[in-house]
Design a protein around this ligand. Structure first.
Ligand code: PLP
Length: 435
């Protein structure tokens, strides 16, 4: 039995991605073609994505093989480590057992590389030479820039203006990896020019940046668009996290997990860690309570409506059935940039609607207080997004202590906070606002 950490050998990197669609008792609602309101056909997506990814998007196969070329690059940092947070437990004086799975040790500092690499790979395989994308805080942009570099693709990134200006290191990171990044809305696209005319002072939003990157991809036959979250194939790629976590808990001697906390922006790290556990629940092996932790500034699950909506501001994407705050929603510029999205992944939305997971909203000061406590105990400074998951878990650990129970809690720590240090300083100086 392991005490502090389980680091699996490379041979234990999953060989397949897990597709939860195969195990859902009721099928999720299909995406719609916005022109006809009919279910989307694979050919409708061909201007945006390579066939390899479109097939994954629509697949109902349970296990989808990870190409050797992708699995080889996963070896740079996978399997990611799992830790028992003894020192956090001590700091809290809790009766709960707390574990965390850490995705911040990836080359770009977050879970996003789990999907950027296969996305770049399938594009390269089908002869596309250029990728366009949006990025909020910059983690997805950096992850795709790295993956594009690995597979020899050009990469153009529209970054939400507010973080482009407020987080210059992320922009530098993308350029070090050889990508080109601009602030969105930009002058480079029709939709960007229109948005700038309409809202000259806008801080930008993920919805706007998606519209720009989609337009750029549609206009260039050699280009594909890449999305860092929300879509089925992105969540699929992230399931390496949950599959590894199941094995690691076994090495720790934990047969049954009680709670799983993950932060939720578009839903990819949550889906990635949670779906293999939902499978355990559906097959009666475990009874894990899964809790999505969203920011109070963009509470799509806890305050949104479950309906068809566009994935972007301009209405260029297919319509997705999801919990949404509306395509026009521009969240307050909180620090957890990666969580500021108006909608939630259709698969996560479906699981929430069916009761397979619950959700809570957390304000940013509570999130950062949790992040500081975690950092001081564990020595890892978490990403501002991940702090929401840690805050949720700490609420549960405190409750358990009051009730005198000792549940086993797993936290998905989706990334490293090294580039979020200015936000930590703001918090420590008492200058951080709560939305
Ligand atoms: C992008 C990001 C998120 C939010 O995206 P999801 O798709 O909800 O996972 C969370 N944490 C980190 C570190 C991120 O980079």
């Amino acid at each position: 039995m392991n005490e502090y950490k389980v680091i699996l050998p490379e041979a234990e990197i999953p060989t397949h991605w897990y597709n939860i669609v195969a195990d859902l008792p009721t099928p999720p609602a299909p995406p719609l073609n916005p022109a006809t309101d009919q279910p989307l056909q694979p050919a409708d997506l061909a201007p945006l994505f390579p066939m390899g990814l479109i097939e994954q998007e629509a697949s109902a196969e349970r296990w989808i093989p990870i190409p050797d070329e992708v699995r080889d690059i996963y070896k740079l940092w996978r399997p990611s480590p799992m830790y028992r947070a003894y020192r956090l437990e001590q700091a809290l004086g809790t009766t709960a057992q707390i574990y965390y799975k850490y995705e911040g040790a990836s080359p770009v500092g977050s879970h996003k590389a789990n999907s950027s690499l296969p996305q770049a790979y399938f594009n390269m395989k089908e002869g596309r030479t250029r990728l366009t994308t949006e990025t909020g805080a910059g983690q997805w942009g950096a992850a795709l820039a790295f993956a594009a570099q690995i597979f020899g693709l050009q990469c153009d990134i529209w970054q939400v203006r507010n973080t482009f200006e407020g987080k210059p290191y992320r922009h530098a990171q993308m350029e070090v990896f050889g990508a080109h990044a601009v602030a969105s809305p930009s002058e480079l696209t029709d939709v960007g020019r229109k948005l700038r005319e309409q809202f000259p002072d806008t801080p930008g939003s993920l919805g706007m940046a998606i519209s720009e990157a989609v337009e750029a991809a549609v206009k260039d036959p050699n280009a594909s668009y890449s999305l860092g979250s929300v879509l089925n194939h992105v969540l699929l790629h992230q399931t390496v996290i949950g599959q590894e976590a199941l094995k690691q808990l076994e090495y720790f001697g934990v047969a049954k997990l009680d709670y799983l906390y993950a932060c939720a922006g578009g839903g990819s790290n949550l889906g990635g860690i949670a779906f293999p556990f939902i499978r355990e629940n559906l097959e009666g092996r475990q009874d894990v309570k899964i809790v999505a932790c969203e920011p109070n500034a963009a509470p799509s699950l806890t305050k949104g409506e479950f309906r068809y909506d566009f994935g972007d501001t301009a209405g260029m994407t297919p319509k997705l059935k999801m919990y949404t705050l509306g395509q026009d929603f521009v969240p307050d510029p909180v620090h957890a940039g990666g969580l500021r999205y108006h909608g939630m992944a259709p698969l996560v939305s479906h699981c929430y609607h069916e009761g397979y997971l619950s959700a809570i909203a957390i304000r940013q000061r509570e999130a950062f207080a949790a992040g500081v406590l975690f950092s001081r105990a564990e020595g890892i400074i978490p990403a501002s997004e991940s702090n929401h998951a840690i805050a949720g878990a700490i609420r549960q650990a405190k409750l358990a202590t009051e009730e005198g129970t000792s549940p086993v809690i797993l936290i998905g720590v989706s990334g490293s906070g090294q580039l979020d240090l200015p936000a930590y300083t703001e918090f420590l100086n008492g200058e951080m606002a709560d939305s």
